[in-house]
Design a protein around this ligand. Structure first.
Ligand SMILES: [Zn+2]
Length: 445
């Protein structure tokens, strides 16, 4: 018999492996951080013993969801300014609110609330772009969550960085600090083609290439951006970035809504990865990204929520469902983004975009044990004829009961183990009272 640390038994295992195997009455064997075996419970029990067992009767066990685009600490601005146009939202509300309230302490608190929300909704990995990212990384390590952190390069002074020189120095510091970390990866974040100069866009790309890390950027989010770049350079945003030489396989392109067929060809040629954010694009009326066309061209597509200030949640189950629905409506075609494709995009597809697919995104021997469990006993998911359909169209965040990341239990029976949820919720409500008195709140009347 082979000794292991943990066996999850009697589960319905949705592997998301290349054959899309589903194993009923299945078991997953975990040693240290890795999945070392996966198969029928009766076979696993003949070969493996572990000092800890989790009985997953009545549970679906699947890979954790991977959120490819986020600004975690913007949870502090959730609902601060809704139902207004993107440029006004950014310039009148978000940038001033950030200048006044983004500090090391508030970034930490925002990240804590964000991670609590994400874990309850089955997300095990995030890709963040913001400020004071060392705080985000430290919260993730404390809670046990996997993430990519990146300090934002932008053409004006930001809370923790007066100049791009400081941002670059800080990115290099973070890279050195976390380069061997089991949970944290460091990236470069360059805000967008309309907030960064040519020099800054290229500088970020050079740094990302030199350190072989991801280049996280918002591209072609709105018609406003598309028209601005077209007017200035007589090129689409994608053509412009390609001309600067910044597009390649380490690019994680958030949004990518305003792409024509030539732009999609450029993405395919340069192997750019896309972080699709349908809820944010709907809420800010940005448009619908041509995701089915990208999939046809074998472009890497992942899913993200964007920050809570423009969504207003970090719930990947909701995002997955909206993705599967919006493209059907937009294309007047019920066969577009079927449930299995939607689930693959939210897990392995997202891991491919983040270049973490060798480690995570599916349940397979040799991969890290990033696993979530879903309760199948609630009325709103019964009966189940097709597991993919059930997960995408019927399940939601409330069905997530347990989360394991890197082989460690992080949430058990809906309780997050390494953080005092009540305390951080109280602190966030205190902070929100200060923000609301300082910033005039806007919402639809
Ligand atoms: Zn964003």
């Amino acid at each position: 018999m082979i000794n292991a640390d943990l066996i999850i038994k009697n589960a319905i295992i949705i592997t998301l492996n290349s054959k899309f195997d589903i194993i009923e009455n299945g078991s997953i064997v975990i040693k240290d951080t890795d999945i070392i075996a996966i198969g029928k419970t009766e076979d696993i029990e003949k070969q493996f013993v572990a000092h800890k067992k989790i009985c997953a009767d009545n549970k679906i066990v699947m890979p954790g969801l991977v959120n490819t685009h986020n600004h975690l600490s913007m949870t502090m601005f959730r609902g601060l300014a809704d139902d207004i146009e993107l440029q006004a939202w950014l310039n009148k509300y978000m940038f001033p609110a950030e200048a006044k309230f983004v500090t090391e302490e508030t970034v930490k608190l925002g990240a804590e609330i964000a991670m609590v929300e994400m874990l309850h909704a089955g997300t095990t990995t995030f890709n963040d772009m913001y400020y004071y990212e060392e705080q985000v990384a430290e919260v993730a390590k404390k809670i046990g969550m996997r993430g990519i952190v990146a300090e934002s390069f932008i053409d004006f002074p930001v809370p923790n960085s007066a100049t791009p020189d400081v941002t670059e120095k800080h990115t290099r510091y973070l890279y050195e600090k976390y380069k061997n970390d089991p949970l944290i990866t460091v990236g470069v974040a360059v805000h967008a083609p309309y907030t960064c100069s040519e020099e800054l866009l290229k500088r970020g790309a050079k740094l990302a290439e030199q350190l072989d890390i991801n280049y996280h950027i918002h591209i072609a989010e709105t018609k406003w951006e598309y028209d601005l770049i077209k007017k200035k350079h007589n090129l689409t945003p994608v053509e412009y970035l390609d001309k600067l030489g910044v597009l390649n396989e380490n690019v994680v392109s958030a949004h990518s809504v305003w792409l024509d067929d030539q732009d999609i060809d450029i993405y395919a040629r340069r192997k750019v990865g896309v972080a699709h954010n349908p809820e944010c694009n709907m809420k800010l009326a940005s448009g619908v990204a041509p995701i089915p066309k990208m999939i046809d061209k074998q472009i890497k597509v992942g899913l993200g929520t964007d920050g809570a200030a423009s969504n207003n949640n970090l719930n990947m189950f909701a995002e997955m469902q909206v993705m599967a629905l919006i493209h059907k409506l937009w294309n007047k075609n019920t066969t577009v983004i079927p449930a299995r494709t939607a689930l693959r995009i939210a897990t392995l597809g997202s891991a491919e975009v983040l270049r973490l697919d060798k480690k995570i995104g599916s349940l397979e021997t040799g991969k890290k044990a990033d696993i979530i469990m879903l309760d199948i006993s609630k009325a709103n998911t019964i009966p189940i004829y097709d597991y993919y359909s059930a997960i995408v169209y019927a399940f939601n965040a409330a069905h997530v009961t347990d989360v394991i990341i890197n082989g460690q239990e992080v949430m058990r029976n809906d309780i997050i183990l390494n953080i005092d949820e009540k305390d951080i919720k109280n602190k966030m409500n205190d902070l929100a009272r200060k923000i609301s008195t300082a910033i005039k709140i806007v919402s639809s009347q």
